[in-house]
Design a protein around this ligand. Structure first.
Ligand SMILES: Nc1ncnc2c1ncn2[C@@H]1O[C@H](COP(=O)(O)OP(=O)(O)O)[C@@H](O)[C@H]1O
Ligand SMILES: [Mg+2]
Length: 327
């Protein structure tokens, strides 16, 4: 038995067409990923708005069924879990979303958020055991129980609310936290605190993260492994932030070139351009052809595969490298 913690195989999502054309937009196309067991890591999924990141997050959380492919958690297909295994899955895979305010009930104090989780998952029998768990979880996110538990959500800052959501996830001692744009609505000055909490959870508590972001600066800062998405497709993948420091795909290179001073410390936020249209039907060529400065005719009719472009599993999906590989 050497099952990965998470294995995503050929994940594809198409939605029914809305325009009556019969073409089903592909919003996630043959996505593959492996997070090994026993070695916590932060895997970053970066991409423009509309590149399919949240669709992927929803699929991993079991909220959206895939059209094709499968998602295995500890060797089990998450779409085929029985009741008991489903409950375990819902404990060991947690989610943190962009807007923590939306996750709170405004009428309850913060303590209620924790009490509900403890009750639902029967984490403690005695009140003082529950209290100890809550205090530990809050200390992991550097919050003080006495200061926050009696407050209502609106009495907290956005950064505090997000830290409480991280503490809530931590309470369940998950193996994986799917964090979809967790710092996008937080002041830039407080972002690094949330990122440090993620690193602490990885290093001290063995929790892996799927860190989803459209912000390349934080992607660069925190990734143990990076996937760069474009219109539902992985265009480039590598360990650490290689994809952003040594981009090989023309799209990645264009993005990185738009970032001021890549070789220096990035301060401020670098945002990707706005929402992209979904791909109608299945792709017949490279989706970046229209915007690509080095496109050739073949790019319009050949779907590029991910091919090695550097050390440590660095790969990019571009015909440039296919030509090189066959030369
Ligand atoms: N329920 C849905 N029905 C149809 N299209 C959808 C649905 N949800 C998302 N999409 C489309 O899928 C694409 C990817 O969306 P999403 O996964 O939210 O991207 P991201 O999180 O990277 O911004 C977008 O074009 C979006 O409009
Ligand atoms: Mg999204």
């Amino acid at each position: 038995m050497n099952d990965a913690l998470l294995e995503i195989i050929g994940a594809t999502k198409r939605y029914p067409a809305h325009d009556g054309s019969g073409a089903t937009p592909t919003v996630l196309d043959n996505f593959n990923l492996v997070i090994p067991a026993g070695e916590a890591r932060i895997v970053t999924i970066a991409g423009e708005s509309g590149s399919g990141k949240s669709t992927l997050a929803s699929a991993i959380l079991g909220l959206v069924p895939l059209t094709e492919g499968k998602i295995m958690f500890k060797g089990r297909d998450i779409s085929r879990l029985g009741r008991v295994d489903r409950k375990k899955f819902r404990r060991y895979v947690q989610a943190v979303f962009q807007d923590p305010y939306g996750t709170f009930n405004p009428f309850y104090r913060v303590s209620h958020t924790f009490d509900t989780v403890i009750r639902n998952f029967r984490l403690a029998r005695q009140r003082h055991d529950a209290q100890a768990l809550i205090e530990e979880a809050l200390s992991v996110v550097s919050l003080n129980a006495a200061e926050v538990l009696h407050k209502y959500p609106h009495q907290l800052s956005g950064g505090q609310r997000q830290r409480i959501m991280m503490a809530r996830a931590y309470l369940l001692k998950p193996d994986l936290i799917v964090a979809d744009e967790p710092v996008s609505m937080i002041d830039a000055s407080l972002r690094s605190m949330i990122l440090r909490i993620m690193q602490r959870m990885r290093d001290e508590h063995g929790i892996s993260f799927l860190y989803i972001t459209h912000d390349l600066a934080t992607a660069h800062q925190i990734a143990d492994e990076t996937f760069l998405m474009y219109r539902g497709v992985t265009v480039e993948h590598g360990m650490g932030s290689t994809v952003l420091s040594r981009p090989q795909h023309p799209y990645s290179q264009q993005l990185v070139a738009s970032i001021p001073r890549i070789d220096q410390k990035w301060d401020g936020t670098v945002e990707l351009p706005d929402e992209l249209p979904p791909t109608p039907g299945a792709a017949h060529g490279c989706l970046f052809t229209d915007r690509c400065p080095v496109a050739v005719e073949a790019c319009t009719r050949t779907v590029p595969k991910l091919l090695p472009v550097g050390a440590g599993g660095h790969e990019a999906a571009c015909l440039l490298y296919e030509r090189q590989a066959s030369a």
